[in-house]
Design a protein around this ligand. Structure first.
Ligand code: NIG
Ligand code: FE
Length: 416
């Protein structure tokens, strides 16, 4: 006798499966495949010619994909979705020629969001972030990373991370959090950046870890933020708490942050427009993911592009993320981000898809998703599309047809 199937048993048939094995060169697809799901997990994957018989038709909901592309749920592995206020004025200032750095140095930029975030309640932070997240959910995002970093004091950093955790209860999404206390120097510490880093390491980070609010520790290594020496102190403090690290590095200049992060086993180094060969090699050795953020590159009208070919040659996995934030990347479309990674940085559509699935999972240290494989979480997207290129070709088109999160249908455009 067969076991009664669980309530969320589904079978996807006639699916064009983008299996999306990790690493650029290992993109795999299956023209006419099936996926079985039980208890929120993928229980079988294969070719339709090997479709196992269903013992009890009534217990399994069959979804006919009718040849549609089916991918893992998309993963946005770098966002700052939780914040107070907006920065439209700064956008206008940049259009008149003022630079991101100049705005930051004159007290705007990250600091203005810090002031607004400190004044906003945890409930409002969670609610506004969830509303922004809805744009990503509509495009098949099933896992998102959210950073703190607009508090820059213990209470507000904790508040941001609590808001991020809260979102998991408000939407069908898994949230991974990163503590980004070392994002910018708060006014209270003007001229005393080493003291602030001490405070981050000895007070803020232990408080965040004590509440289990962070899955990783991040920082901003840049001339307008913190030096490599300062970031190294943060990484050491993270190690004491048993937390993995990642870094915003080589965005506006090359300080060697990527190589430093790689030495500390960073899961990812993000932005990296100014990354040099030494940094590429260090990341390859450490197995660190290169997360490209074309939204920030686009909004800041930058010209220095990340060394994509060197990353490929060295076998560094490439992820792609929105970097949604109110300043350098108010972008709320993962599909547009994928398009930009192709048009601006020269990724292939398959690389862009790997960048928001297998390699994005790796950037978050998640081994149970990002690839359609037995035992993985059944986060899947069925697209009104045939191939990866159809997801990135048209800006503004959303071919998302059906989303399954943990084996449950959470969004669908219906039968057709
Ligand atoms: O990832 N690089 C640093 N942090 C953000 C920008 C934050 C902001 O401008 O508010 C980023 O681009
Ligand atoms: Fe960022």
């Amino acid at each position: 006798m067969s076991k009664p199937a669980s309530p969320n048993s589904h079978r996807l048939i006639n699916a064009r499966l983008a299996i999306a094995a990790s690493r650029v060169s290992e993109y795999q697809s299956l023209e006419n495949g099936f996926v079985d799901i039980a208890n929120g997990v993928i229980s079988a994957v294969g070719d339709m010619s090997n479709l196992p018989e269903i013992s009890d038709e009534n217990t399994i909901q069959v979804i006919d994909c009718k040849g549609r592309l089916t991918t893992p749920g998309l993963i946005d592995c770098h966002t700052h979705l939780v914040y107070g206020g907006e920065r439209q004025r700064e956008f206008e200032q940049r259009l008149t020629g003022l630079s991101y750095e100049a705005i930051a140095r004159s007290g705007g930029g990250i600091k203005s969001t810090v002031a607004a975030t400190r004044k906003t309640s945890v409930d409002v932070l969670a609610q506004t972030a969830a509303e922004r997240l809805d744009c990503l959910l509509a495009e098949g995002v099933t896992t998102v990373e959210i950073k703190s970093g607009y508090g820059l004091d213990t209470q507000t950093e904790l508040k941001m991370l609590r808001a991020a955790r809260k979102i998991e209860k408000m939407r069908a999404i898994d949230v991974k959090t990163s503590f980004l206390g070392a994002h910018a120097l708060p006014d209270e510490y003007a001229g005393r950046s080493d003291d602030y880093i001490d405070h981050v390491c000895s007070h803020m980070l232990p408080a965040v870890a004590a509440e289990g609010l962070a899955d990783a520790v991040d920082g901003f290594c840049e001339t307008i933020a913190f030096s490599c020496d300062q970031m190294e102190r943060v990484f050491k403090a993270a190690a004491l708490q048993g937390l993995p690290v990642k870094l915003h590095a080589e965005q506006l200049s090359n300080l060697g942050g990527a190589a430093l992060a790689a030495r500390y086993g960073a899961m990812s180094v993000d932005h990296i427009e100014y990354l040099d060969q030494k940094g590429v090699d260090a990341m390859a050795t450490a197995g660190t993911v290169a997360t490209l953020l074309p939204g920030a590159f686009y909004y800041l009208n930058e010209s220095q592009k990340p060394p994509v070919q060197a990353l490929r040659d060295a076998g560094v996995p490439i992820a792609v993320a929105t970097d949604h934030n109110p300043g350098s990347s108010p972008l709320l479309s993962i599909l547009a981000t994928m398009n930009m990674s192709c048009v601006l940085f020269g990724l292939t559509p398959q690389e862009a898809l790997l960048g928001v699935t297998a390699n994005a999972a790796k950037a978050l240290g998640l081994e149970d998703r990002g690839v359609i494989a037995v035992g993985n979480t059944a986060d899947l997207v069925i697209w009104q599309a045939k191939a990866a290129v159809d997801l990135v070709y048209s800006l503004g088109k959303n071919p998302c047809h059906t989303v399954l999160k943990d084996g449950e249908i959470v969004l669908t455009k219906g039968e057709n």
